[in-house]
Design a protein around this ligand. Structure first.
Ligand code: 4NP
Length: 152
């Protein structure tokens, strides 16, 4: 059975689509694409059906990751059953996921968890914020991958 990983932010147009694309890149590079199901979703509903923010598509493309075909969706109740690991981009969204039914779920974690650190929301900022998000989801994705490989 593949290990299913869901990345979650607020809108599912800036941070979690990047985390999804970068994590898919990490498992592909490791030759383990078939061992993982990778998806992303938002706790909010504003952008359902939309492609990622153009600034996220652009920063991913500069790092040779294509996220342009991804579409935003909202977290659903059955995500707590379907996904083995649910990864929040920040502590606000981790709290929202806990309220939605994952309060005692061992599947829930923060992307950057040693020490706990948020991937900051870049939506209202400038382009530098997107490069910072890219670097954080690359670093966090690599340590998540290591964690999953050592606990498998
Ligand atoms: P994300 O960024 O959570 O990284 O996708 C946001 C995108 C849109 C909004 C907030 C955050 N919004 O309020 O519309």
């Amino acid at each position: 059975m593949p290990h299913a990983v869901l990345f979650v932010c607020l809108g599912n147009i800036c941070r979690s689509p990047l985390a999804e694309g970068v994590f898919r890149d990490i498992v592909q590079e490791a030759g383990l694409a078939d061992s993982f199901v990778v998806d992303s979703a938002g706790t909010g509903a504003w952008h359902i059906g939309n492609p990622p923010d153009p600034r996220s598509i652009d920063i991913a493309a500069r790092h040779e990751v294509d996220i342009s075909a991804q579409r935003a969706r909202q977290v659903r109740a059955d995500d707590f059953r379907r996904f083995d690991t649910i990864v929040a981009m920040d502590r606000d969204n981790l709290a929202a996921l806990k309220r939605m039914g994952g309060a005692s779920s061992p599947r829930l974690r923060l992307l950057l968890n040693r020490p706990p650190q948020d991937v900051p929301d870049p939506y209202y900022g400038g382009p530098d914020g997107f490069e910072q998000v890219y670097q954080l989801v690359r670093t966090g994705g690599q340590s998540l991958f290591q964690d999953l490989m050592t606990s498998a």
